[in-house]
Design a protein. Structure first.
Length: 265
């Protein structure tokens, strides 16, 4: 791993990086080897698994995908490792075995949660609307994911499909809680853009994601910095900031202290 780029090169995932090396408002930095972020993990090679568990001390995986995604794409090889705990914490509102769409109105093997959301507005507004939707629909999953990140045994890895939107939001909330500067949070979010060609090529090989990707302009998939800036500003305006939103959903001062202790050098 290059400490400057924070990228982790694996055979079966293309958007994997460490949340270490980010600066706080106090001039401290986040630690390497505590939290990783990634795209889908089901194609990890045996060498990838050995590296994650043996070299990077991975002990917890937070899977932010929806139930239909997990069912269609698979859970991945890390679920077979006895030293790794996988926490499935969807950021979509889901009921029973189906999505939030009425069960009798869908083919549960084909319809995915994001395909039911209304589009409207420019792409930046659409993305921010989706991000705020995660906060509205699944505060329980978000708080649970953040609490996995503060566990003190080994490293934790968060992922969704691309490691961009759902993963980006939860990582941004964690970094904001730890006191990382907005500039560094936004920069980390936008860094996925460096891997977009490889990432989109990988996702297009899956029928689960290909149609949705191809139905939108290419630029709409890019994690532009202004999207995360606008999302965090919206949280400030609507809820008084990330700390206040978290407190509304059971996050405590002790949780914040644990996050800072866990992430900061």
């Amino acid at each position: 791993m290059d400490a400057q780029s924070r990228w982790i090169e694996l055979d079966g995932a293309v958007n994997v990086r460490d949340l270490g090396g980010l600066t706080t408002a106090e001039g401290r930095q986040t630690r390497f080897g505590r939290v990783l972020r990634s795209d889908n993990l089901q194609a990890l090679s045996p060498a990838d698994v050995r590296r994650l568990i043996g070299d990077l001390n991975l002990r917890h995986v937070v899977d932010l995908r929806s139930d239909p995604e997990v069912r269609l794409e698979g859970r991945g090889p890390l679920t077979c490792e006895s030293t790794v705990t996988v926490h499935h914490l969807s950021l979509f509102s889901e009921g029973g075995v189906y999505t939030d769409v009425a069960a009798d109105a869908i083919d549960a093997d084909k319809v995915l949660p994001w395909q039911t959301r209304q589009d409207g507005g420019p792409e930046s507004d659409r993305s921010v609307g989706h991000y705020l939707g995660y906060l509205q629909d699944r505060p329980d999953s978000i708080v649970a994911a953040l609490r996995v990140m503060i566990r003190d045994e080994g490293a934790a890895l968060l992922h969704c499909a691309a490691g961009k939107d759902r993963t980006g939001v939860v990582c941004a909330l964690a970094l904001e809680t730890a006191g990382v500067t907005r500039e560094a949070i936004v920069s980390d979010y936008a860094q996925t853009g460096q891997r977009m060609d490889k990432l989109l090529a990988r996702l297009r090989r899956s029928p689960t994601y290909a149609a949705d990707l191809d139905s939108r302009p290419a630029d709409s998939h890019v994690p532009h910095a202004y999207i995360m800036e606008k999302f965090l500003a919206s949280v400030d305006e609507r809820f008084g900031g990330v700390p206040d939103w978290l407190a509304m959903h059971g996050w405590t001062g002790a949780d914040t202290d644990a996050m800072r202790s866990r992430l900061l050098a």
